[in-house]
Ligand binder design. Sequence first.
Ligand SMILES: Nc1ncnc2c1ncn2[C@@H]1O[C@H](COP(=O)(O)OP(=O)(O)OP(=O)(O)O)[C@@H](O)[C@H]1O
Ligand SMILES: [Mg+2]
Length: 258
Amino acid sequence: MIKIKNISKKFFIKNNEVQALNKINLLIEEKDCFAVVGESGSGKTTLANIILGIYQQDEGDISFFEKQLFKKRNLEERKLIQYVQQNPMSTLNPKKTIFSTISLPLKIHKIVKKDEIEERVKKLLSYVGLNPEFMVRYPDTLSGGQKQRVAIARALAAEPKVLILDEPTSALDVIVQSKVLNLLLKIKKEFDLTYIFITHDLSVVRNIANKVVVMNKGEIEESGETKEVFLHPKSQYTRDLIKAIPTVTDKEDAVKPK
Ligand SMILES: Nc1ncnc2c1ncn2[C@@H]1O[C@H](COP(=O)(O)OP(=O)(O)OP(=O)(O)O)[C@@H](O)[C@H]1O
Ligand SMILES: [Mg+2]
């Protein structure tokens, strides 16, 4: 579905150059929950930004359903791949009501007729577990978890095929994290979505991702079926990452590499 071929990206800051991605190859298939893990600075967000057309890669190609994606996207391409970021405060416009935030993609992508917009916004809010009365509110009157639900509703409004989730729960407390994760799982099933799920939380990976790629300094350390990577990691780097996951039960401990 999404084929990433030989993608590289360098950044220049003053006289320093950073190879954020170095010849990355990945195949994301329909309905995958594809986790992207790796320490801070390993290139995860850069990869997301290239898939979204926010950044231009220096080399390599991306294709979506066998069609090459360029940085400049048409409306349909923009509609089909949506983004939920780590910090909802920085992505929700503080000057816009929740209604206007969620109705924007409905209008841009002409998802429903004009007189059906309000009804659809209400429906989207209820999907993400928010009361319709949230429509008239502004982002700064919402809790972190509620803001993230709004960001998810906005992403869903466009009726995408793929959601790129960049640490969607890391700014939230543990209980809210698990509620938002459950919501994401429910939505994935209901709408047959494909997820590219960037996270630091390897227990999340183990519980929800069917595939995983481990990034290290802009390169792929290894990738494959989550079960396989967790049970038989090929590299010491991955082994150390997995061993560092806190476990609560013996059952969880049993699926760690020795
Ligand atoms: N716009 C930019 N300009 C310059 N350097 C950048 C830019 N974006 C990313 N980088 C650099 O590229 C490297 C990869 O960054 P990236 O944000 O992709 O990492 P990450 O894996 O998402 O990290 P984190 O887990 O902390 O979010 C880092 O060294 C970062 O400093
Ligand atoms: Mg990042």
